[in-house]
Design a protein around this ligand. Structure first.
Ligand SMILES: [Zn+2]
Length: 313
């Protein structure tokens, strides 16, 4: 993936704090960027790596984007930088990848001062991989910086977390998020996308650009149709498990959508009637979610059917 180095308006103070540590020569050897998905952690990490590669970086950490180091980084070919990602979305980062990284981390740098290693998402490391990383972090090589990215729902071993300097990435306030989104997608009203993205602006932008918002509305309509017996459980579950939609939407995303929806429905329901049936469904949804996280290759149609049957009762 090509680097998308940028610092968003809601990250300026975070950047200033981090860059002051670079200037004071107190950059931690391992950073953990955590926060909601879609707040711009990856772009920020790229911006940091770019600035550390830059040969004529500004006082506030602005990379020139023109020097040899910047050009190599922006082309994705800087020999002192390494990105560790799962081979495909949802797959694990394996131990052999981290072992290879150990060797890379101890070599002398070829171009700049720093050797930079990005692991995204860090929670994709399986237990063996996380243990192998822990060994490296326990005796950190000089001039090597690890940047681990982790979204709020990603689980990392406490031992790894304790070896990193943790930085929490905030959500922007609503006005800031709206203003940014209006710049990015000037011809649409981003309000619904921001709500659907839980306030995360990059997520909202992607939703608008990829037509996900329309799909989400369609998904909710289908659940209403099931409830009104206008569609069968198997038809709707089959539709959302068909190949083109599977490629576009993970089961986790569908469950995330359900969480948002059920939460909103529960708010309305709480005013009108008893909440027990909502609570039952909510608990069922939570159980299913944990199950899906633990066993990624579950039969999607069966999971959806099971949820819809619970929803109907
Ligand atoms: Zn530069």
């Amino acid at each position: 993936m090509t680097p998308t180095a940028s610092i968003f308006p809601w990250q300026h103070s975070l950047w200033a704090r981090l860059w002051s540590r670079v200037q004071a020569d107190h950059l931690p050897h391992a950073l953990l960027f955590s926060g909601a998905e879609g707040v711009g952690k990856r772009c920020f990490a790229d911006a940091l790596m770019l600035s550390l590669c830059c040969e004529q970086v500004g006082q506030k950490g602005e990379a020139c984007r023109l020097c040899h180091g910047c050009r190599l980084f922006l082309a994705g070919v800087h020999p002192d930088c390494l990105r560790v990602e799962p081979e495909a979305s949802g797959q694990a980062i394996r131990v052999d990848v981290i072992r290879a990284l150990a060797e890379f981390a101890t070599q002398t740098t070829l171009v700049g001062r720093w050797r930079l290693i990005l692991i995204d998402p860090a929670s994709a490391m399986n237990t063996h991989a996380a243990n192998a990383l822990l060994k490296i972090l326990e005796e950190p090589p000089a001039h090597t910086v690890f940047i681990l990215i982790n979204s709020s729902d990603g689980i990392l071993p406490a031992t790894v977390i304790s070896r990193c300097q943790r930085m929490l990435f905030p959500l922007p306030d609503e006005a800031q998020a709206r203003a940014w989104l209006a710049e990015q997608c000037p011809h649409v009203d981003g309000t619904a996308a921001l709500v659907a993205g839980g306030g995360a602006p990059l997520k909202a932008r992607d939703w608008l650009n990829n037509g996900l918002l329309a799909l989400q509305q369609d998904f909710y309509s289908d659940w209403v149709r099931v409830m009104r017996r206008q569609a069968t459980v198997s038809d709707v579950a089959g539709k959302w498990s068909a190949k083109p939609l599977q490629e576009k939407l993970t089961l986790r995303m569908l469950l995330d959508w359900l969480f948002l929806w059920v939460r909103d429905l529960a708010r309305v329901q709480a005013v009108e009637a008893g909440t027990e049936s909502w609570m039952n469904f909510y608990l069922k949804l939570q159980q299913t979610y944990s199950h899906v996280l633990a066993v990624p290759q579950l039969n999607r149609q069966l999971v959806l059917e099971d949820l819809m049957l619970c929803w109907l009762h």
